[in-house]
Design a protein around this ligand. Structure first.
Ligand code: ATP
Length: 276
């Protein structure tokens, strides 16, 4: 089966510093994929390259079998992105912003209006229609960024630290949306430095440390430590027979694994029939 995302020898240097080195990732369609690693490991740099925001120094990226370097427009049609900095337009209202994004993706006016309405409702952002995005809380901005990332019904969604600074209720709404997309066959690639988030949501995981991929596999394989973990040929020694937590503690060098916001409260299910 053609992978949803695959990279070969993906490398990014900033001057003399190598932020991402020889990363070979493979994400199958329909996977909820967690890209885990401590601060500064290279997660954002990798996701920026996967989404066309940053050019690799070397190596290649394929999205749904398309070479990302030679098919940038087609790739952008198939993906949605919530980047680290959210990249919203602060002087617009949420509805104005979603309408703008929908039209940018080539949706017709009626479809854009319908989806804008549905998404604002789903994300509980419909109560203050005149409020400017700049006056939104961080959690509201994250929800809006996710709404904008899915308005065109992408097959793959990339999220850089989607739960960072988000309260339990907003986190519940975000998770609800992501699980809905997975149920409809979409692929999700999220970065996090929080083991708990990745363990709870993701079916497959890769772990990056100091720019190098040190593990990749299904959650069960990595948790059990029964299957040798994938390592890059010249990478660090294979962390075999360790649980995911032990691997992560080894990387981060502390038992103080950051914890997720408290239990999520899911809003009642609503229909977003075009999603996924
Ligand atoms: N534009 C840049 N110029 C120079 N160095 C950079 C640049 N962008 C990232 N880096 C460096 O590359 C390394 C990886 O950064 P990156 O943001 O990818 O890490 P991360 O895993 O996403 O970390 P965090 O969890 O803290 O967001 C860091 O040492 C960072 O300082």
């Amino acid at each position: 089966m053609t992978p949803a995302v695959s990279t070969t020898g993906l490398t990014r240097r900033f001057g003399d510093f190598t932020a991402v080195e020889d990363v070979n990732l493979s994400v199958a369609p329909g996977q909820f994929f967690g890209f885990l690693g401590p601060n500064g490991a290279g997660k954002s740099t990798t996701i920026k390259m996967l989404t066309g925001l940053l050019a690799p120094t070397s190596g290649s990226i394929e999205i749904l079998g398309l070479d990302a370097a030679t098919n940038p427009i087609e790739v952008k049609r198939q993906i949605g992105v919530v980047p680290e900095g959210l990249a919203l337009f602060g002087r617009l209202t949420a509805a104005e912003y979603l309408r703008f994004v929908g039209r940018m993706y080539g949706l017709d006016r009626a479809t854009t209006a319908d989806r804008t309405h549905e998404l604002l409702d789903f994300m509980n952002l419909a109560a203050e229609p005149k409020k400017l995005i700049t006056d939104f809380s961080h959690g509201m901005q994250k929800k809006l960024a996710l709404a904008a990332a899915v308005i065109h019904g992408p097959k793959i969604l990339f999220l850089d630290e989607p739960f960072e600074g988000v309260d339990a209720i907003a986190a519940g709404t975000l998770k609800n949306m992501l699980q809905r997309m997975i149920a409809r066959g979409a692929t999700i690639f999220l970065t996090s430095h929080v083991l708990e988030i990745v363990e709870r949501l993701c079916s497959h995981i890769a772990i990056i440390d100091r720019g190098r991929l040190i593990a990749q596999g299904s959650l069960e394989e990595l948790r059990a430590g029964t299957k040798p973990l994938h390592t890059t040929p010249n990478g660090p020694s294979s962390p075999q027979h360790l649980t995911l937590e032990e691997i992560f503690v080894q990387i981060v060098g502390t038992q103080q694994i950051p914890s997720e916001p408290t239990t999520a409260v899911l809003p009642p299910p609503k229909e977003l029939s075009w999603l996924g």
